[in-house]
Ligand binder design. Structure first.
Ligand code: IMP
Length: 176
């Protein structure tokens, strides 16, 4: 059990389970993109840990770049997406794979993936470490490659924060 902001969180996904899920995703991407050179776009801050673990297992020639968005305040989505660090690479003609920590309502990715297509990306796919199917409001952003599907409870750890804290935890914890 860990405590943040006066709330208690219990471990729900162990570090080992996370690494096994990352392995599965990497194997699928390596197979599907054989012969291509994808451009990975890591969505900061939450996806930094997943992106780091995933990239170490990608055997394709590839590039990675970073953007930063923010839609959550505390434990609630604000419904608005702010671009704090915009895309700095030309995606025209590229096979883009967006790396997210978690797809919850899908609002963040719905807006961003649409923008990548408008910018002329050849293909746009999404990998997310976690996915909350019951919270999804935009069917078009169901992640093609996800690590684990989870119930719609608030979680922290493995990059995910509560008011910027707990990103360093190697396991995932659910609010009790
Ligand atoms: P969406 O736009 O509702 O899909 O939310 C996506 C973003 O909200 C994620 O990239 C996370 O940064 C954040 N988020 C969603 N669910 C959680 C959670 O359970 N804990 C911490 N952050 C979350």
């Amino acid at each position: 059990m860990v405590k943040y902001e006066g709330m208690e969180f219990a471990e729900s996904i162990s570090a080992n389970e996370i690494q096994e899920a990352v392995n599965r995703v990497a194997t699928a991407i390596n197979a599907d993109y054989a012969g291509r050179e994808p451009l990975f776009v890591c969505v900061l801050n939450g996806a930094f840990m997943y992106a780091s673990d995933l990239m170490k297992r990608i055997t394709l020639p590839c590039e990675i770049t970073f953007v930063r968005m923010k839609s959550y305040e505390g434990t609630e989505t604000t419904g608005k997406v702010n671009m704090l660090i915009p895309l700095q690479v030309d995606v025209k003609g590229r096979d883009v794979i967006v790396i997210e920590d978690i797809v919850d309502t899908g609002i963040t990715m719905h807006a961003f993936m649409e923008e990548l297509r408008k910018m002329g990306a050849k293909s746009v796919e999404l990998t997310s470490m976690l996915y909350k199917p019951e919270s999804l409001r935009y069917e078009d952003v169901k992640p093609k490659y996800y690590g684990l599907a989870i119930p719609p409870a608030f979680i922290i750890g493995y990059g995910l924060d509560i008011n910027e804290k707990a990103r360093n935890l190697a396991s995932i914890y659910t609010k009790v």
